[in-house]
Design a binder for this molecule. Structure first.
Ligand code: NAD
Length: 245
């Protein structure tokens, strides 16, 4: 990954943070992104990444806002000179049964999780094509299996799979790969408030009997971002400890 420029959305914490540290350890130059409220986390992470001996900068932008994302990608280009890998990682959940879900709760989750992927990819694609780069999208096992109380999140994450396969067909001729990662339950802020009962059920349904760690997902991202994975495109790769089998 030496001298590759990687942009990771939603990277102040959780899986995105682990991806930033992993790619930095492989000497990629890292563009961190998150919303402004995460400034403190971004500042700390910037120092951690820098101590690994690579270049790093953070950029505030809301992935659901195309204007902000276009400006961010311009700034990334100004700072690093190019962009090789985009990791569409930012995501939120607002769980409710459909009967109780408001239009806003539906729309917000679609806007961040699915339209966010469109916005960041749209803004980055010219540079990714120029550099025969790679796009990695974070889906979820919930997009494949569905989940009680997550119609909005499941629809967005299933949408990412269709988006990934379609774009892979469009840009393969330029040598660009587009892949989706499908995590099961990973220990981050997103899952920390699950009740002990739900965590126990998830563990029982997971062949390996545990939740995953952000670093384990980061290892897969690092592989897909590397030249070793250059014949893999349009793939939907589960990393779920066997939850989906
Ligand atoms: P997290 O909440 O720890 O991290 C998500 C990050 O996205 C946060 O830093 C948040 O501030 C950022 N973000 C939210 N809205 C944003 C916006 N509009 N613009 C830019 N950044 C924004 O969650 P995580 O578990 O690390 O999740 C990372 C990705 O992995 C998400 O797409 C999530 O859906 C997916 N995922 C997580 C799990 C899991 O079990 N944790 C499972 C499957 C998929």
């Amino acid at each position: 990954m030496e001298n590759k420029i990687v942009l990771i959305t939603g990277s102040s914490q959780g899986i995105g943070r682990a991806i930033a540290l992993k790619l930095a350890s492989e000497k990629a130059k890292v563009a961190l992104n998150d919303i402004r409220s995460q400034e403190e986390n971004l500042r700390k992470l910037k120092e951690e990444v820098r101590s690994l001996g690579t270049e790093v900068e953070y950029f505030f932008a809301d992935v659901s806002n195309l204007d902000e994302i276009e400006k961010m990608v311009e700034k990334v280009k100004e700072k690093f000179g190019r962009l090789d890998v985009l990791v569409n990682n930012a995501g939120i959940a607002q769980d409710k049964t459909l009967a109780k879900m408001t239009k806003n709760e539906w729309q917000k989750v679609i806007d961040v999780n699915l339209t966010g992927v469109f916005n960041c990819t749209k803004a980055s694609l010219p540079q990714i094509i120029q550099n025969q780069g790679k796009i990695i999208n974070m889906s979820s096992v919930v997009g494949q299996k569905g989940n009680f109380g997550q119609t909005n999140y499941a629809a967005a994450k299933a949408g990412i799979i269709g988006f990934t396969k379609s774009l892979a067909k469009e840009v393969g001729r330029f040598g660009v790969t587009v892949n989706a990662i499908v995590p099961g339950f990973i220990e981050t802020r997103l899952t920390k408030d699950l009740s002990p009962e739900i965590k126990l059920t998830v563990k029982k349904l997971t062949a390996l009997g545990r939740l995953g760690q952000p670093e384990e997902v980061a290892n897969l991202v690092a592989f897909l971002a590397s030249e070793q994975a250059k014949f893999i495109t349009g793939a939907v790769i589960n990393i779920d400890g066997g939850l989906s089998i």
